[in-house]
Design a protein around this ligand. Structure first.
Ligand SMILES: [Zn+2]
Length: 290
């Protein structure tokens, strides 16, 4: 069993990169990849801790790309596996993205407070994220924690949508790589660009969407993923359907279009009941990465 989609405390996971490796060793996982959101801050520790352990470790990243509703690119993530984390271009581009991302979150908190009357401050959200990258889930947590009366009857998914693209309190990012730029950046750092969790995107035609990503330079696709435990299916009556349907569907797509097969749990440290290895990714995918 392998798992090529894991988050550490360098983004929004709760385990440090070393703890991720320890946990994977406990579970007898053969190979893991670190894929933090828009950061490679955890990669160095991950590689140095894992070097002498009996596990294959793959450095990676998960890039959130620019929203482009016209191409149905909404909340789309591109994973880069086997990246060179010392690439100066990668390091500089990520630093710019992180700055833009923080400014966006600050602006969203301001809108929530000034226009929608939420008791929320960016400082609290930032503290909630700890050392990791501030993400929208951190905002949703503070919205819920500080405003119990205001959020009555609203699901976490609804609050998330409110601060996502076309949501009432959304603010766009100023610095953001689009689909092609993200893929190119990963390739420039020697990595393999992979379309993350392809089943979660709400698109009108899945084949056309995948073909657009292939044209943009994608080389792989996540076949196995924890659909029952993640948005938009988590807690809905479509969760089991998604889990039964998508892996088989994307396996066929990968074979038809000659895409590298990848997969992972999107583990964030035990949240949502996900474990390392939960996605049941077969070992034989490894040969594309090592
Ligand atoms: Zn992820």
């Amino acid at each position: 069993m392998i798992d090529l989609h894991l988050h550490s405390s360098a983004s929004d996971g709760s385990l440090t990169p070393s703890q991720l490796i320890e946990e994977a060793l406990n579970l007898k996982i053969k190979a893991i990849a670190i894929t933090d959101h828009d950061t490679i801050a955890g990669v160095k520790e991950f590689l140095s801790f894992g070097e002498l352990e009996k596990i294959i470790i793959i450095p990676g990243i998960e890039i959130s790309i620019r929203h482009e509703p016209i191409r149905e690119l909404i909340d789309v993530h591109i994973i880069g596996l086997n990246i060179d984390h010392s690439s100066i271009r990668l390091i500089n581009t990520i630093a710019d993205q992180i700055k833009g991302r923080l400014e966006q979150k600050k602006a969203i908190c301001k809108r929530l407070r000034d226009e929608f009357g939420y008791d929320i401050s960016f400082d609290e959200v930032k503290a909630n994220a700890g050392n990791g990258v501030v993400g929208r889930p951190h905002i949703v947590e503070i919205m819920t924690k500080n405003n119990p009366k205001k959020v009555v009857g609203k699901t976490k998914n609804e609050l998330f949508k409110m601060i996502s693209i076309s949501g009432d309190a959304f603010v766009d990012r100023k610095v953001e790589l689009n689909l092609e730029e993200s893929i190119e950046l990963i390739k420039s750092a020697g990595g393999i660009p992979i379309l993350a969790h392809p089943g979660i995107y709400e698109v009108s035609d899945r084949i056309e969407f995948i073909e657009m990503c292939i044209k943009a330079g994608i080389e792989g696709i996540e076949v196995e993923y924890t659909y029952t435990k993640n948005r938009p299916f988590y807690g809905t009556d479509k969760a089991n359907w998604a889990q039964n349907y998508f892996p088989e569907y994307f396996r066929k797509i990968a074979e038809k279009y000659n895409l590298i097969k990848s997969g992972g749990s999107d583990y964030h440290g035990g949240k949502k009941g996900i474990k390392i290895g939960s996605a049941n990714v077969p070992d034989d995918y490894l040969k594309s990465f090592i």
